[in-house]
Ligand binder design. Structure first.
Ligand SMILES: [Zn+2]
Length: 134
């Protein structure tokens, strides 16, 4: 029988597969709506940096994360913030209280972290960044 879905199931499957490992769900929630550097994720999640980097690379290759370099730091952000909604919704279906998910997103800055969330600075605009680097 002919397949009439024209590959939509493959596109959805590819997305879900890329975010599926539990560690990646944690990483995506921890990055949240802002940006985070590897040291932020390391401090927050307690994984080794090499382990986090490996997942970050896979998520980046899948187009789920975008990066921005500032000096010697690389900041990661979600390419589409709706991913957070997708993970939260999956949590609700799995009967995980929102409060448990929110616990992964601390509202206090981590000491010794250089990411924009922890420094308490607004994210630099493109213009400001260009000025900074020139
Ligand atoms: Zn941070």
């Amino acid at each position: 029988m002919e397949n009439k879905t024209s590959g939509i199931e493959k596109r959805i499957s590819r997305l879900l597969k890329a975010i599926q490992p539990a560690a990646r769900l944690c990483i995506l929630l921890a990055i949240g709506q802002g940006e985070a550097c590897v040291c932020h994720l390391e401090a927050l999640l307690g994984y080794r940096q090499a382990y986090i980097s490996q997942h970050l690379m896979a998520l980046r290759n899948a187009g789920i994360l975008e990066t921005r370099r500032e000096g010697r730091y690389v900041y990661y952000r979600l390419s589409d913030e709706r991913l957070l909604g997708l993970i939260r919704e999956a949590g609700r279906i799995a009967e995980t209280p929102d409060t448990e998910l929110e616990a992964l997103l601390p509202d206090t800055p981590l000491p010794h972290c250089c990411c924009p969330n922890c420094r308490g600075k607004p994210q630099t605009s493109v213009a400001a960044r260009e000025e900074f680097s020139s």
